[in-house]
Design a binder for this molecule. Structure first.
Ligand SMILES: Cc1cc2nc3c(=O)[nH]c(=O)nc-3n(C[C@H](O)[C@H](O)[C@H](O)COP(=O)(O)OP(=O)(O)OC[C@H]3O[C@@H](n4cnc5c(N)ncnc54)[C@H](O)[C@@H]3O)c2cc1C
Length: 411
């Protein structure tokens, strides 16, 4: 074989949280894996705060436990939260969730995305079955009877049995397979920064619904909060040009009654917010996972979680097929994955979009409906519990490794 050609069972395009989770799960099954990373692998610097954070739920935590990665992720600055308070700004309507009501130690854990990525990279480097190609942008894909041939921008050829497209919202895999989808531009940006408030966050995640979109403060390990303020494009533009004291004033207007005044913030970053859902997750010897398959509004903090569950579901289906002596890359096997995950993800996408529409509207009937809805949910423990179970990753049709019995963090 030529030196620029590599052969493996599975190629994973994309070295984000979802791609690396999938690669670790397949490597654990003893499969040979090649990960294509479109740039250099990021370095973890313990002294620098990484502004992109995610709320991981129990399902994701269990998957990382299964990969022996969770302890190492926890050692890289994580922040469990035990309460969540959600309210509509300017009205008395609110709902609170408490881990104790769920018989759980925590509702979820805030992690810096780069901490997860660095830990999963470490796991992959320990595994001789895995090759990680840096600066290897997936550019071409040819499906043949005997397998797939992939070509990267850096001149590498990969011959594999299955391609897992984990290459994010602008997925090259999805484009190369000409997979259509439904797209929606929320015409919002999420402004993200770390914020210092006068009062401690009390290990609570705070989310206020404003007419221009939801603003959340997520507790960080150092006592600060991570702000994720999703707001209409026009509002985002005015907020981004404010100086730090004025920006903190705007935050104080929303959160001061709960967390005291905002006293300082780091550099602000902004991300455009869109939704998409691929019409199919499957093409010949190819499958989509994570943001490549579905992109959702961050208000529910579930995008990475459902992507990580995609990776676990796919790995379970592949493992079952192999144990039965079936071709793990066959269309019928991959379709099982699609049937499983597409329905689960559609539920999350539709619910999240529903919340976004409900809380972004000035229509009087919707204002009344959402205030009433929050009050009803707050006073109906069973309904509240169902909502919490789903968000915590303990409800829904979970992959086997996410199920409670395997976890030290069981609820
Ligand atoms: C402001 C904000 C807050 C969020 N908060 C949360 C939260 O609290 N909880 C949560 O669960 N989710 C959250 N999300 C969503 C979450 O960040 C994403 O769902 C998740 O990061 C998607 O992971 P991924 O690995 O699928 O895609 P990505 O993280 O986009 O990774 C894809 C990777 O593929 C690479 N790539 C792209 N093209 C190619 C190519 N041609 N060849 C090779 N590699 C390629 C990219 O460089 C990237 O490394 C949030 C999102 C936003 C915007």
């Amino acid at each position: 074989m030529r030196p620029d050609t590599l052969q493996c069972d599975i190629a994973v395009s994309g070295a984000g949280i979802v791609g690396l989770t999938a690669a670790c799960l397949f490597a654990r099954q003893g499969m040979t894996v090649c990960v294509l990373c479109d740039g250099p692998l990021p370095d973890w610097n313990p002294d620098t705060f990484h502004p992109r954070v995610s709320t991981l739920n129990m399902a994701s935590i269990r998957i990382f436990e299964h990969l022996d990665a969770w302890r190492a992720i926890m050692d890289r600055r994580t922040s469990p939260f035990t309460r969540m308070e959600v309210w509509e700004h300017g009205t008395g309507a609110q709902i609170t969730f408490d881990a104790r009501d769920m018989g759980a130690r925590q509702l979820g854990v805030i992690v810096e995305n780069d901490a997860v990525i660095a830990t999963l990279q470490d796991r992959l480097h320990e595994n001789h079955n895995v090759t990680v190609l840096e600066n290897a942008v997936l550019e071409h894909r040819f499906a043949e009877n005997a397998g797939l041939i992939l070509r990267t921008g850096c001149g590498k050829t990969i011959i594999c049995q299955l391609l897992v497209g984990a290459d994010g919202a602008h997925s090259a895999t999805r484009v190369l397979c000409a997979i259509p989808g439904t797209y929606l531009d929320f015409e919002q940006h999420a402004i993200v920064t770390a914020l210092e408030t006068a009062d401690h966050h009390a290990h609570t995640a705070w989310q206020a619904f404003l007419p221009s979109g939801p603003a959340a403060l997520l507790p960080l390990a150092d006592g600060r909060c991570s702000l994720v303020w999703s707001c209409d494009n026009a509002v985002h533009e005015t907020l981004m040009i404010l100086d730090d004291p004025d920006f903190c004033e705007r935050i104080s207007d929303i959160f001061a009654t709960r967390l005291g005044r905002a006293v300082g913030c780091e550099t602000r970053h902004a991300f455009p917010l869109r939704q998409h859902h691929a019409d199919t997750y499957v093409a010949r010897r190819t499958v989509l996972v994570g943001d490549a398959a579905h992109l959702i509004h961050p208000l529910a903090g579930l995008g990475a979680n459902i992507g990580i569950q995609d990776a676990a579901a796919l790995s379970q289906i592949v493992e079952t097929a192999r144990s039965r002596g079936r071709d793990f890359h066959s269309h019928s096997v991959l379709r099982r994955y699609e049937r499983w995950r597409k329905g689960e993800n559609a539920l999350v996408l539709n619910t999240t979009r529903g919340f976004k529409t409900l809380y972004g509207s000035g229509a009087k009937t919707l204002i009344a409906a959402r205030q009433g809805g929050l009050r009803i949910a707050e006073n109906l423990p069973l309904l509240k519990r169902q909502l919490a179970r789903y968000a915590m990753g303990i409800g829904g049709d979970l992959p086997d490794i996410c199920k409670p019995a395997t976890s030290a963090y069981h609820v």
